[in-house]
Design a protein around this ligand. Sequence first.
Ligand code: HEC
Length: 130
Amino acid sequence: MKKFLLTVLTLVFAMSLYSFVAAEKKAWDVPAKYKAMKIQKKGDAESIKLGKTLYTKYCKSCHGVGKGDGPKAASMTVKMMDQTTAEFKALPDGSKYYMSFVGRDEMPNFEKKVVDEEERWAIINYMNSL
Ligand code: HEC
């Protein structure tokens, strides 16, 4: 009986520790060289249109229309940000570039899939327009 109780207690402790760690979303460590990057064609309608096409093709399956609720979102262990919020918009565009194309963990690297600089900035322009 004592052993059983000890096992239960250990399990409860481990589970609460896990949920605490999982809830603590770690901040992105964006290198200065990326942070300083400046957006091309800010708010340009044509760029936003191109960005929408690309985002729909590569990003929507996880990110939805920016809200982080695409069909694959449920299978991710890390929650995505809501990209339609002021909190996301306030991030430096260079940081968004790093997060979008270099990525980390469950956020895939897109450097080989979206090679063109104009296309990359089009995606950022689109996210900023959401
Ligand atoms: C396989 C699912 C998946 C795909 C596809 C995907 N992402 Fe993500 N993305 C994630 C996850 C999960 C995170 C949160 C990762 C973290 O915080 O460690 C994330 C984070 C981000 C972030 C940081 C802010 C946020 O929303 O949390 C940006 C910006 C981003 N993704 C942009 C993109 C862009 C642009 C594309 C398409 C070119 C894309 N993602 C495609 C899963 C995906």
